[in-house]
Design a protein around this ligand. Structure first.
Ligand code: IPE
Ligand code: IPE
Ligand code: MG
Length: 241
């Protein structure tokens, strides 16, 4: 038995296949510690690595993290630039590691709204890891659930798909998450209990778990609690035995 004994004891089918996380509370964590918001984001970014390693150790295959929303451009220019710098640094730093560990990295969101150097970096990391398949890591950057649906509808219209052929699968296949299973478990930290425009379509039947901890304080043990909570739930998908 490894580090996550309680999760490892669960029957495999009780584990979520895909965990999505709204990492929230970096700013409040910083305030509480009397440090800059940047320091909060830096500590938060480090925690993404800790938590994704824990999910890998638990045998979970997909992680999607909400890193920057279409609404986050409203923040100060200083904060936006710092967040963009952190994303760049993360991708540069983790590319080799992802290749070595067989991790596929993808970015969800409107990439055309990002700086050209970040776009190029994303394209490089996505291409270099496209064939990898032990773990799937998605970053939502310049992502909004409504914007994703808008872009999908736009492409469906451009492809002139006849209205009677537009099924739910056709819509799913035009979203940024095409080919990625819907999240089984959504975790949001910091005590806020809302979706904030994340994965509106894909979360239709996900289980939600809210933690009062700020993201930089959210530990692998907290993640374990979330997974155990998920394992105890009865998912019905509208049916009734
Ligand atoms: C989450 O932390 C990180 C991003 C949204 C990029 P926040 O920056 O939202 O932290 P709070 O909500 O202000 O505490
Ligand atoms: C959601 O967090 C976006 C990300 C985690 C990237 P916010 O902190 O931006 O959300 P609100 O403003 O509290 O809804
Ligand atoms: Mg927040």
């Amino acid at each position: 038995m490894g580090q996550y004994e309680r999760v490892e004891k669960l029957p495999k089918e009780r584990l979520p296949r895909h965990v999505a996380i709204i990492l929230d509370g970096n700013g409040r964590w910083a305030e509480e510690h009397g440090v800059s918001r940047s320091k909060g984001h830096l500590t938060g970014a480090e925690n993404v690595e800790t938590i994704s390693d824990a999910l890998i150790d638990m045998g979970i295959s997909y992680l999607t993290v909400y890193a920057f929303s279409t609404e986050n451009w409203k923040r100060s220019q200083e904060e936006v630039s710092y967040l963009m710098m952190l994303l760049k640094r993360y991708l540069i730093k983790n590319k080799k590691d992802a290749i070595r560990r067989n991790i596929r990295i993808r970015v969800l969101g409107d990439k055309s709204g990002l700086a050209p150097d970040l776009q190029a970096l994303i394209a490089d990391v996505e291409q270099s890891t496209a064939h990898l398949n032990s773990f799937y890591l998605q970053f939502a950057i310049n992502y909004g659930g409504r914007d994703e649906i808008r872009r999908a509808v736009q492409r469906i219209a451009e492809e002139k798909i006849s209205p009677n052929l537009i099924t739910e699968n056709v819509i799913s296949d035009h979203l940024d998450t095409a080919g990625i299973p819907d999240p089984d478990l959504l975790i949001r930290t910091s005590g806020e209990e809302r979706i904030s425009n994340f994965l509106l379509w894909q979360l239709a039947y996900s289980e939600f778990y809210f933690s009062s901890k700020y993201w930089p304080d959210f530990t692998p043990q907290d993640l374990e609690e979330a997974i155990l909570s998920y394992a105890g739930r009865q998912r019905r998908f509208g049916g009734r035995k």
